[in-house]
Write a protein that binds this ligand. Structure first.
Ligand code: SF4
Length: 194
């Protein structure tokens, strides 16, 4: 069994925090295990918990539209996971203890998949990686470094659904990501908008 499958097997049986009592499914992550881009969200929501896959609800549909515009596919260019692998009841914010219990899994995924580019969706993953003083409205769109990986914080798609005015800045961030993908991974990457 490869390292990622071994880790997935471990996480699917995890009871390290209380969320194991209320989840329907553990949402480990989906995509290409050799992807150039690792996308990190906050936690599974209602739909994700129901089917055991990342970003399948309304936010996921919007994210797919953005990725389609970038010509990034989930099966080829991306691997997607969350800070928490189980849904917090009523979609509340992840608790500190839950984050502490679950983040080691994410760090192992990052290590195994070894993407050159990481996208942080929203304030929760931004604060996990760059500290509690981080602000998504201030820090989005600016490349950061995490153990020699290029990290781009941008808005979570649920924020874009709540406030469509944010889409302009979000698209700027994704254009930036396309440029970085061409620079680091595939100079020929095609995007009809860029
Ligand atoms: S959220 Fe993470 S730590 Fe908590 S039970 Fe699920 S997999 Fe385990």
């Amino acid at each position: 069994m490869d390292k990622l499958s071994e880790l997935e097997k471990e996480v699917l049986a995890c009871t390290r925090c209380n969320l194991s009592e209320t989840r329907k499914n553990v949402v480990f992550g989906n995509g290409n295990p050799g992807a150039g881009i690792f996308v990190i969200g906050e936690a599974p929501g209602f739909d994700e918990d129901r089917v055991g896959k990342v970003f399948v609800g309304k936010s996921g549909q919007l994210l797919d539209k953005i990725f389609e515009a970038c010509n990034f596919s989930r099966d080829t260019h991306l691997y997607i996971s969350n800070i928490l692998k189980c849904r917090p009841p009523e979609n509340r914010n992840p608790g500190v203890d839950e984050q502490k219990a679950c983040i080691p899994y994410l760090l192992k995924q990052i290590d195994i998949i070894d993407s050159k580019i990481i996208i942080l969706l929203g304030s929760v993953p931004l604060k996990v990686f760059f500290g509690p003083d981080s602000k998504i409205t201030r820090d989005r769109g600016i490349w950061k470094n995490y153990f020699n990986r290029w990290v781009m914080p941008t808005y979570h798609p649920s924020a874009l659904l709540r406030n469509p005015n944010l889409k302009i800045d979000s698209w700027k961030d994704f254009k930036n990501i396309i440029h970085k993908y061409r620079e680091l991974i595939d100079p020929e990457h095609y995007c009809k908008y860029l």
